[in-house]
Write a protein that binds this ligand. Structure first.
Ligand SMILES: [Zn+2]
Length: 134
């Protein structure tokens, strides 16, 4: 299996909530601890979005690049810039809320996605308003 197939498998597991993170392993086996093997922090499904470990960060960067490359094919460029910036901030600050944006369509899409949820965004549940903008 090459690196990109490994990424795709991990992404597929993340999208469906099947990553075998410590918290999930503990669900099956009470003796396992809920600690991330990379950073020793508490591990949940969305921990992979925020694990501060350098290797995890590098891997996440590669996965997101693939994600952005796919979105670039169907998303208006200004919308994509706004999305990348929003997701970058949301990963850094989970309680981050989209700031008012001058462009009405970008703002409407951000609001629609906020209702769907940004964790859902990273799992491919993306508002159609991002796509219909073109
Ligand atoms: Zn970690």
């Amino acid at each position: 299996m090459n690196k990109f197939q490994g990424h795709r498998n991990s992404i597929r597991k993340y999208v469906h909530g099947w990553l075998s993170v410590a918290e999930m392993v503990r669900w099956y086996n009470d003796h396992e601890m809920t600690i991330c093997p990379c950073c020793r922090g508490r591990e949940r499904q969305d921990h992979i979005l925020r694990c501060p470990d350098a290797k995890a960060e590098e891997y996440r960067k590669e996965c997101f690049q693939e994600f952005w490359d796919q979105l670039e094919k169907i998303t208006e460029p200004r919308m994509l810039v706004a999305l990348k910036e929003y997701v970058r901030r949301w990963i850094q600050y989970p309680q981050y809320e989209a700031p008012p944006v001058n462009e009405t369509l970008v703002h409407a899409a951000m609001q629609a996605q906020s209702q769907i949820g940004w964790t859902n965004f990273t799992r491919g549940k993306i508002s159609k308003k991002f796509i219909s903008h073109q």
